[in-house]
Design a protein around this ligand. Structure first.
Ligand SMILES: Nc1ncnc2c1ncn2[C@@H]1O[C@H](COP(=O)(O)OP(=O)(O)OP(=O)(O)O)[C@@H](O)[C@H]1O
Ligand SMILES: [Mg+2]
Length: 589
């Protein structure tokens, strides 16, 4: 499945939190505490405003310095308490937030590992990084940091509104009505930013993919002098991102200034009406100063809520995308009653198999093959003919479109994926090595292998001399993707890894194509040893390497045109294999 389309379902506040609940649950007490602390942190804001009334009335108006002497002390005390609580809230929040963030990433990573090959075919690396890490960060920030700010600001606002009402309910009504009007544009945020965020994610993921490609393709870039071209592509992506950023500002940036204007109308109204109330003796000047202070203080959290609201919406959209990934099920997975594949007694059969990577073109057409256990089948034919595709179907990297593949008469879909893949060792056409040492890479075949087994595998793969020549031997670091090895060395390491796996089914896709004649002859021998009592699929363009196969299948543009042993196929007058063989023989001669 392709994760390009973000499902347009409208989720609300409570639903988002419910979906995130499994991730919050293990830490809910601390999370709750972190949020509860924000209540006094917010509410203490109003103390200063509240204290201004007795101060103003008693000190500035009555000029009696006696009663409110405690006020300066109180202000310092409250601020200290508030500071301490603030620290506690930040600490708790970071603790809970990071825990949840990591759990979320773990869950996403597990999901990522469960996806099948077509998922990786369809989604670029940058898109995956964006969706699996950046989204998790965005979601968590929104969930906790913003919630914390939101709560403290909300309670700060509430307490300040209480101060307003305490000082003058008439003025308070004006202020609250105006503030509510000021908050109105917020209801538009989500609708306005959703599309922009989706595009921004796609563009920023393109940047990541671009970096990846520039890294992996650095030599190609150098040899074709593509630096300028790569730079221009980068430049274009940034320009698109710039446009999106400005679009976001255009859609949301006017909200805050508008809120300011609306609030200024409120402040103006309050001053006008307040003066009238003072003159008429309905409120004291202390009330008025305290009121105005509270009103101005109220402005900060209200403004903050606006900004926060944007962020909360952004993270809610990230949560939506995460939930979408977590809820998706990989196309290739175990059936409920999956059997364990333990050994191969009879053999493997392909029965009328059709396959295509995309609906437009069929890659395999009506493939039928019967491979007896313990025998070797060679696949030969034109490049792009579908040889690799056939062997990709056996470990279920992809599932067949029509027909079925059976091992000992049981559809491979009915075996557990793990046991199926445990029984197949693959040497790929383009082998992937991991960063780390030679030993670590070989042990991927069987992590419990003894030192002796490792050495035997090295010997069989004709790799021993090379390893011995290294200062650190088996513990030599081979760099990212094995970049410090030669093509042939990488291939032999992959063979050693497969030998160590010791699986009953072996797939060798151009396994010796990068070797020189001498090492190929040695590795060939090792492979022949490896092939004993195993069911082997061998793919090779060099026909000399497959002559001894029990059966050769010639594949031409997705169809099997001939099957038989070497002699049998050579004895045909107009055979496809004979033509291939003669062409190669003549070329070699
Ligand atoms: N992941 C993929 N997504 C889409 N199309 C693919 C994919 N892999 C291969 N193809 C297409 O499927 C066809 C068969 O490819 P396949 O790799 O099986 O050929 P092959 O016989 O192994 O060729 P070669 O001898 O060059 O290795 C080709 O036309 C190729 O373009
Ligand atoms: Mg191939």
């Amino acid at each position: 499945m392709k994760h390009k389309e973000i499902i347009g379902k409208e989720l609300n506040f409570t639903q988002h939190y419910r979906e995130m609940w499994p991730f919050v649950k293990p830490y809910w007490i601390r999370a709750l505490l972190a949020i509860l602390i924000c209540i006094p942190v917010g509410a203490l804001d109003s103390v200063i405003a509240l204290a201004l009334k007795p101060y103003m009335d008693n000190v500035l108006v009555d000029k009696s310095a006696t009663s409110p002497a405690y006020i300066p002390v109180l202000i310092v005390a409250f601020t200290t308490v508030q500071g301490f609580l603030n620290y506690a809230a930040t600490y708790l929040n970071t603790w809970v937030g990071t825990k949840i963030n990591h759990d979320l990433k773990r869950a996403l990573f597990k999901k990522l590992m469960s996806f099948d090959s077509s998922f990786y075919d369809q989604n670029a690396s940058g898109y995956i990084i964006q969706r699996f890490t950046t989204d998790a960060d965005t979601a968590c920030t929104g969930l906790l940091d913003n919630l914390k700010l939101f709560v403290s600001r909300f309670f700060s606002s509430l307490s300040l509104i209480a101060v307003l009402i305490y000082n003058s309910w008439q003025l308070a009504i004006i202020a609250v009505v105006v503030l509510l009007c000021a908050l109105m544009p917020l209801s538009q945020v989500r609708r306005r930013i959703k599309g922009i965020i989706k595009n921004t994610i796609e563009e920023s993921s393109t940047i990541l993919t671009h970096y990846n490609e520039c890294y992996a393709g650095s030599k190609t870039i150098a040899s074709y002098n593509l630096q300028e071209k790569m730079y221009l592509k980068f430049h274009d992506i940034l320009r698109a991102l710039f446009k999106l950023t400005m679009k976001m500002v255009k859609k949301t940036g006017w909200m805050t200034p508008l809120m300011h204007v609306v609030v200024s109308v409120g402040v103006g109204g309050v001053i006008g009406y307040g003066s009238y109330l003072i003159v008429n003796g309905q409120i004291t000047s202390g009330n008025f100063v305290s009121f105005i202070t509270a009103l101005i203080m109220l402005y900060t959290p209200i403004k903050g809520i606006g900004k926060n609201f944007n962020n909360v919406q952004v993270s809610f959209l990230a949560i939506e995308r995460i939930v979408e990934i977590l809820e998706s099920t990989p196309a290739i997975k175990d059936t409920p009653a999956a059997k364990e594949l333990t050994e191969i007694k009879k053999g493997i059969s392909f029965e009328n198999v059709d396959f295509s990577y995309s609906p437009e073109s069929k890659v395999l057409k009506n493939i039928s093959l019967n491979i007896k256990a313990g025998t070797t089948i060679a696949l030969v034919g034109n490049s792009g003919g579908g040889k690799t595709t056939i062997v990709n179907l056996l470990p279920r990297f992809y599932d067949v479109e029509r027909g079925r593949i059976c091992i000992d008469g049981v559809n491979i879909r009915d075996y557990s994926l793990k046991s199926l893949r445990n029984n197949i060792a693959v040497v790929f056409q383009d082998n992937f090595l991991f960063s780390g040492t030679i030993r670590e890479n070989i042990l991927l075949g069987n992590e419990n292998a003894s030192e002796e087994e490792i050495h035997k595998a090295l010997q069989m793969a004709y790799l021993e001399d090379f390893v011995n020549a290294q200062e650190n031997g088996l513990d030599t670091d081979i760099g990212e993707r094995g970049s410090s090895l030669s093509g042939g060395q990488r291939q032999r390491l992959a063979i050693a890894r497969a030998i160590l796996k010791n699986a009953p089914i072996v797939i060798l896709d151009e396994a010796t194509s990068a070797l020189d004649n001498k090492s190929e002859a040695v590795v060939q021998k090792a492979i022949e040893n490896l092939m004993k009592d195993r069911t082997v699929f061998i793919i090779a363009h060099r026909l000399s390497t497959i002559q001894n196969a029990d059966m050769i299948a010639v594949l031409n543009n997705g169809e099997i045109v001939e099957t038989g042993a070497h002699e049998q196929l050579m004895s045909k007058t107009d055979g496809a294999y004979k033509a291939l063989y003669n062409a190669q023989f003549k070329k070699a001669a």
